[in-house]
Structure formats: structure tokens, C-alpha cells
Design a binder for this molecule. Sequence first.
Ligand code: SF4
Ligand code: SF4
Length: 269
Amino acid sequence: MCDFCTKHGDGKIWYKNAKNYANDLMADMRRRDYIHSFLDSTIGDGIASLGRLETIFKKKKKLPARLVTAMVEKAKDEHYGQVVPIEDVREIVNKAATVARMPCACRWAADKKEVRCCYAVSYTPEIWHKNLDMSYFGSIGDDGFETLSQRDAIVQMEDLEQAGAVHTIWTMVTPFIGAICNCTQKECLGLRTLSMHVQTLAKGEYIAAVDTSLCTGCGLCEETCQFHAISDQMVDGGETVARVDRNKCYGCGLCRSTCQEGAINLEQV
Ligand code: SF4
Ligand code: SF4
């Protein structure tokens, strides 16, 4: 289990702890203010500085250590993510009182494209996202939200996984959990910071394991993994099978859903 589980999990995986979705956390004025300006200040400002940081990183191959520490601390305090496999997405969504789909703020910030792949979850009938300033998307009020049944939300997220998206869960001032996003490395601000070794997003609570007796070495999982955690390996008899680097795996489960042989499982860390 991760350090968030120790701090916020009450003995469970922290994002399975209903307390972290509790509406009484919304009484906190700092959180209310943060949510109101979230799209402009966290996402809008974030995308502007991300471009500059990527230029520095490209030239120097690293970012200043103090800056990295400050970015990670800020993320952990305000808006921190973790990779979550689809079975845990199902568990979270099935406990929610309301689920609403909204446009992805990262994609909108990057190129003003409206792609609806983020899901606000609330465990009480009173929704937290009424405080979000949706005028950021050029619409007003709650018009940008579509309330969905739990089943529809899960089916949509299963389809997003088939299309190559990694499920991630995000806090709105930690430990309050507000949303599940479905991201690819190219578009998600959080995943983009990871490629500069800035950990604004935690690894999942699982790691992929390959059953080499079933693996045919087709290489599909290696192509699918956004974290470059899979390579091939020669085994006795000269056959090639997939090998997972446990240090690189984020436990997203995309390799598992890609494998036609059922050769990959996720194991809890
Ligand atoms: S997709 Fe499955 S069968 Fe193909 S290399 Fe990966 S684990 Fe092996
Ligand atoms: S090895 Fe599989 S579970 Fe691990 S990060 Fe890559 S795709 Fe995700």
C-alpha cells in the first residue's frame, strides 16, 4: 500500500475509503475556493507552465530538484492522482450516489478540443462539482455535466480502456476524491509530468504478472503499455515471452485487457 493509504485509508486502499468522498469534507472553505478556480488556476496555469518545463527538460534532461519537490508537494496537497484498474473503477462507481461525465480539462487546455472522458463521482446526493466554474469550457453552470447511471459510466470507461486510456483517480484538495479520468500519456497533464520524472501521479496498487505458460510472445502488451514497462525475454527452449519490469509498471491493466491469451493478471503490491 502507498503512503496515501497509510494516511487516508483507515487500513484500506485509500481510494476505497468512503470517508474520502464524504460531503462533510466539502465544508472546508479552502476546498470550495480551490474547486471554484480549479479549471483556470490548476489546469489553465498548469498547461502554460508545462510547456516551458518540457522545453527545459528537453534541453537539460532534468528539472531543478527543488522545483520537482515543490511541484510534487503541491500536487499531493491539492490535486493528486493515482492509477486505478478497471475493477476498482467499478467498485468506486458502484458506491457513488451520482456520476456525471464532463469534458477533459487537460485536452481542452491543450487544444480546445472537447473530449468527454472525465467522470465526477459523489457519494452523497449533494454534488461537489456545482462549485466548479464551467465557464472555462465556454458554457455556463452545470451545463457541461451529464448525469449517468453507474452502469453506463462503467461501460463507457471499459470502452475507453479498450481505446487505450489509463484510469486515474484525482483529489480536489487531498484527501477528498472528486473524479476518475481516462487518460493517455500525450494528453493528460499528470501523465506528461511523469515523463519529466515529476511524480504528480502515484503508481497503482497493483503490478502486472505474466503467466509465461500462456504467453505466445505476440508483443501486443508491449505496444500497449504507456509506461514502457514491458519488454520481451528469451526463455528455456528459445521462445520469447513478455517480461514486466516491476519498477516501471503502474498497474493500469491495459496490457491485461489487450492480451488475447489471458496471460496477464494484476497482483496487489
Ligand atoms: S499480449 Fe499476452 S501473449 Fe502477447 S506478449 Fe503480451 S502477455 Fe504474451
Ligand atoms: S505493464 Fe501493464 S499494468 Fe503495468 S503499466 Fe504497463 S500496461 Fe499498465
